[in-house]
Write a protein that binds this ligand. Sequence first.
Ligand code: MTE
Ligand code: CO
Length: 390
Amino acid sequence: AAAGEPLITEVQEWNQYPGEGVGTRPYGQPSQFEQHVVRKTVPWLTADAISSVSFTPLHELDGIITPSGLCFERHHGGIAEINSTDHRLMINGLVEKQLVFTMADLKRFPRENRVYFLECAANSGMEWRGAQLNGVQFTHGMLHCVMHTGVRLKHLLDEAGLRTSGKWILAEGADASAMTRSIPIEKALDDCIVAFAMNGEALRPEQGYPLRLVVPGWEGNMWVKWLRRLEVGDQPWQQREETSKYTDLLPNGKARRFTFSMDVKSVITNPSPQSPITHGKGHTVLTGLAWSGAGAISRVDISIDGGRNWKTARLDGPSFSKALHRFYHEFDWDGSELFLQSRAMDDQGFIQPTKDELRSVRGANSIYHNNGIQTWHVGKDGVVENVEIS
Ligand code: MTE
Ligand code: CO
């Protein structure tokens, strides 16, 4: 700041008069000066807002927790508005006794709190054949990470009594799309949670109020919102979302199916097209996010020259398995053009591939499960663009 600036020397209005008293904002909202920090849509992407997506503004956030009101939304039949007192969860199929729970019933089981990322399998899908959308919000914003509170799915299945022939679970939503996905019993018994809270308060309607399934590390589509029914069966149900959708057509004409886990991935959130460098050359803070459906992030490397040279970034904040991790890299920008990349590694030994490496295995026809390395071009003027280099 410059010496003698009126903002320093003059007494400002907010310094002269008292502000609004307590209680005028019973549910707090962000500052009026942060109104640009919102979820955004890409209108041409989908035919109708009822089955569409809004994207998390990753370039405006820090740390690892996504504020509830900024979590991206993906609905196949709009937002179901359900009064929690009218909500029921049913368990049927290969169980000793079929059960129906009210929300009050569910809250009498032991609870757990867990921080997990949720990534739509289609995140970065538009980038499969080359750089397309100019903003990290749109290329990587089908991603959120919140603390969920709920009951282990295992406790509910134990209560119903699993038959030994029970090998799969069908999770069904109460929304107009009646979203249904088949989940292997090993996963259901391992770490799945039937959640009623996010970030300490009741789920938001957009996130499935009053009840959603949390399927840690696995594709977002399986995290059924407005969860109303769990059926136990001996094989997968072959629903639309696991046959025509959420499959990957390979070069040999066959399709990969039941690709549940989200692969190790990272992205630089700042600088990025929506967050250019405006301070000119000199000390520059680069930051971003890394995550893996297989475990925790062990290392993130940064390149400012398009992958020729790499430096290890600084991870900061808590490191939870299957959650977002925050990284920083501070460097002196000499004002020349840059090609920024980040490459994540997880504690299971997985390394994020380049987009070319990914396409050499998966071909050109995929949409889902694009975990390729993202490149941002920084011009001499600090303007940032989505590019691909080979
Ligand atoms: N559950 C129901 N009942 N209906 C839906 O449309 N969309 C799925 C999943 N669960 C969906 C659903 C998809 S494709 C994703 S990516 C996630 O919810 C999105 O979760 P979010 O809206 O909390 O971001
Ligand atoms: Co999705």
